[in-house]
Design a binder for this molecule. Structure first.
Ligand code: ADP
Length: 546
């Protein structure tokens, strides 16, 4: 017997339609790449998304053509999200910070028909266009007045496209399992792989993202997605914000501390989300200039481990709640968030901080377990660590065009799990803590040392700006930890002082064997420390005493 409820497929177009009907006058504010601030409403965004859908149809775009974007967070990018997915095409956000060869690979692999780009990326587009054979046209996301002169390409102008089409467009009813958007993993090893989301996975994930123990979104929030719309769909915020109908502030290309801070204050932002590296820049700006926040209340931090010292600073200095989150492009991306259960409320402040340093518990929809090398489930005691496996309706089952074969692993009950490549513990309350990425863990004398723990300890030192720990080969122990540190401006911290700081904070045999000071650490296209590069750079590094 079937239930007797309306069978309405879950669809992305319903989000923007809802935001227009029930929150039509709520603002969307964008810092423009061309300079200045743009303001309009969900009503305007919906109207222009329909115009763009007509424009795409006139260009011959059909479902499920892929439409690429190389763009910052802004209102036009937001319109493209809805016009493409809503009309049955696939919105393919390309990370412009990747190497040009990787971008070419991705655009060709996805077979993008058109590519929309912010003016910042004109030179990049001109350089790669000849190698992107499937692309029929390149659309500059600007108005006629700002169109680049003398480009080597015959560019289309975004505003001309919109203006030459009516908003008379009815969103088609699509299969909820149809592909809606596409994002490639940054592929620190091998070629990037395409993660293809569906309308169904996107909507279910957006519901989960809004929940009180997740991002806690409501119509009363003012949300600034600092995490780029090309990084796992800005962690769902372009969808989740439309779902709740809150004001959105898009920071554009200016992600430095001063620019971001200005928007927090002028637009009265209450909530934000981003990777630890961008918050480093913001906190440095506020600390140097002795600034506070008037409306900013909570921020989601994820993408890499949020150092406990950062959680403390946000909390104690600015009264801002940090929601530590963990996920992956393959998970849409949210997996766990760190929010308390009732029994945590009576803990001491120090004990609370220890909980907050964890990546947290699954949001409903995600199931997880840790297993040993033989695939046996490990206990939830907060100590045993093993490979972290996940399953759920917004987790990848397969990469685009079957790249790399099926990633899933079947367990003894016939259930399929996605191996995250992360190594973690789970405690009795179900709180997960990443000890490392499996490829970053340091294997010393048959035991494992967590590079994240050592990095967290290092950045807790007031004179350390950023730190990375890698394993370098050791004749006796196989690998030993090397600590690579960027000092804060003006700091004169020495190797000995820093190692002294580690005393009593980590097990003796976890102590880094050496410290190297550098001016800068290499980062991946999504803002993580690029450990593969560091491992190459320090291959053959002679540790003291070897
Ligand atoms: P890529 O590996 O291509 O950069 P993602 O951005 O999807 O792709 O990265 C996912 C990985 O980032 C996770 O598997 C995990 O190793 C790491 N990560 C994400 N959030 C956290 C976090 N809060 N703490 C520690 N690691 C994290």
């Amino acid at each position: 017997m079937h239930g007797l409820m309306m069978n309405m497929p879950l669809s992305i177009s319903a989000l923007i339609r809802h935001a227009d009907r029930y929150h039509g006058d709520t603002e969307i504010v964008s810092r423009l790449v061309e300079g200045g601030i743009h303001r309009y409403t969900y009503h305007d965004a919906h109207r222009r998304a329909r115009q763009l859908a007509n424009a795409l149809a006139s260009l011959g775009v059909e479902a499920p053509d892929r439409i690429g974007t190389l763009a910052w967070n802004g209102f036009r990018h937001f319109e493209i999200y809805y016009a493409t997915s809503g009309s049955g095409a696939v919105c393919h956000t390309v990370n412009p910070r990747l190497f040009p060869e990787q971008i070419v690979y991705i655009i060709n692999h996805a077979q993008d028909r058109y590519v929309f780009f912010d003016l910042t990326f004109l030179k990049l587009i001109e350089a790669i266009a000849p190698q992107c054979k499937a692309v029929r046209g390149w659309v500059a996301m600007t108005d006629r007045a700002h169109m680049p002169q003398g480009s080597t390409l015959d560019l289309l102008c975004y505003e001309d496209l919109i203006n030459s089409h009516s908003d008379d467009y009815v969103w088609p009813e699509l299969d909820e399992n149809a592909a809606s958007s596409l994002c490639y993993t940054s592929g620190t090893t091998g070629n990037p792989k395409g993660v293809l989301y569906s309308h169904r996975s996107t909507i279910l994930h957006a519901y989960a993202a809004c929940m009180p123990d997740a991002m806690q979104l409501s119509a009363r929030d003012v949300v600034m997605p600092v995490v780029p719309m090309f990084h796992a769909n800005a962690w769902s915020l372009p969808y989740a914000c439309a779902m709740v109908g809150c004001k959105v502030v898009f920071p554009g290309a200016a992600l430095d501390g001063a620019s971001v801070y200005e928007l927090f204050e002028t637009e009265k932002v209450t909530m934000s989300a981003g990777v630890p590296t961008v918050w480093l820049g913001l906190l440095q700006h506020t600390q140097q200039n002795k600034l506070g926040f008037s409306t900013f209340r909570r921020t989601v931090i994820g993408g890499s481990a949020c150092p406990p010292a950062m959680i403390r600073t946000f909390n104690e200095v600015y009264g801002i709640e940090v929601l530590h989150a963990w996920g992956m492009t393959e998970m849409s991306p949210l997996g766990t968030m760190c929010t308390f259960k009732t029994r945590h409320l009576n803990l001491s402040q120090e004990e609370k901080y220890a909980v907050m340093a964890k990546q947290g518990r699954p949001i409903y929809g995600v199931d997880m377990k840790i297993v040993d090398d033989a695939g046996r489930e490990l206990p939830w005691d907060g100590k045993a660590f093993g490979d972290l496996l996940v399953r759920g309706p917004w987790i990848t089952a397969e990469y685009l065009r079957g790249e790399g074969g099926s990633p899933l692993r079947e367990d003894e009950h016939g259930l399929k799990w996605f191996p995250t490549g992360d190594v973690a513990t789970i405690d009795a309350d179900g709180f997960m803590q990443i000890t490392d990425r499996s490829k970053d863990v340091i294997k010393s004398g048959g035991e494992w040392i967590s590079s994240i723990d050592l990095e967290n300890t290092a950045v807790a030192h007031p004179e350390v700006k950023e730190a990375a720990v890698i394993g370098v080969s050791h004749p006796k122990w196989d690998e030993r930890p090397l600590l690579i540190v960027v000092r804060k401006p003006g700091a004169a911290l020495t190797r000995e002082q820093l190692l002294e700081f580690f005393q009593g904070k980590v097990a003796k045999w976890w102590m880094p064997d050496d410290v190297v000071f550098v001016d800068e650490l290499p980062h991946t296209a999504t803002g993580k420390i690029l450990k593969t590069r560091l491992r190459e750079d320090y291959k053959g590094y002679r540790l003291p005493g070897t």
